[in-house]
Every structure is written in C-alpha cells, then in structure tokens.
Write a protein of this length. Sequence first.
Length: 134
Amino acid sequence: MATLTEEMKTFIENNLGWISTVSKDGELDLGPKMSLFVLDDNHIAYHERTAGQAYENLKNGSPLVIAFANLEKKQGYRFRGTVTLHSDDAIYEEQVKVAEEKGTKKPAVIPVLEITEIQNLASGPTAGKTIVKD
C-alpha cells in the first residue's frame, strides 16, 4: 500500500476530486464526487449516492482512479489501487451516520480505494510522474 502524507490529506480535504471507471464495453466514466474523503493513511473513500454508471462499473470489476487538482496552485494528485465496495459492514454503517449528520442522501455503497500508486499532477516536468508505487 502507498501512504498518504499529511500534505496530501489536507489537499484532498480542500479540493474537489474526480473519479474514473470503465464499463464492460470499455466506455470511460468520469465525474466529480463531492463526498470523497480520507479514510486512513492508505485509503480514500466516497459516498456513492446516485448508484449510477460508476457504481455499475465498479460492481463489474472496473478499476477506480481518483484525482484531485487545484487550478490556482497548479497542483494535484492521482491515486490508483484496488477498490472494495462496502454496503453491510462497520465502514458502511459509520458513513450512513455521517450522511445523516450532514443531512445528505444515504449512500448505496461506500467504495474504498486501497492506494497502491500516487502520481503527481503538478504543472511542470513532474506532471504525471509516479511519487509512490507499492
């Protein structure tokens, strides 16, 4: 597993993230997820509320890629790894409580990415370069 730095965690908390999945037919699905959060030093998760195409793709074994960027700072990160869908365990129940507290829709599932690779998305010569790979 790759480990998030404190700087990365703060960046994630303060910037909009986007997820990418792929359908069985190879069609890319890309969209913002305002519920993305750091679960722990090695995992990023989100509340899947729409249960739409990205969720279908994940159920069918699609990889999950998560990226965060800040245009003003010209900085960003991309995270790759393996995804686990949580719908009937402690992680799910805890996040249902979070959704209730925030007054948001109950999630259908909590996708959790176990990070195995972190890439730099900062503008310049290191753009797209791997920072850490497990």
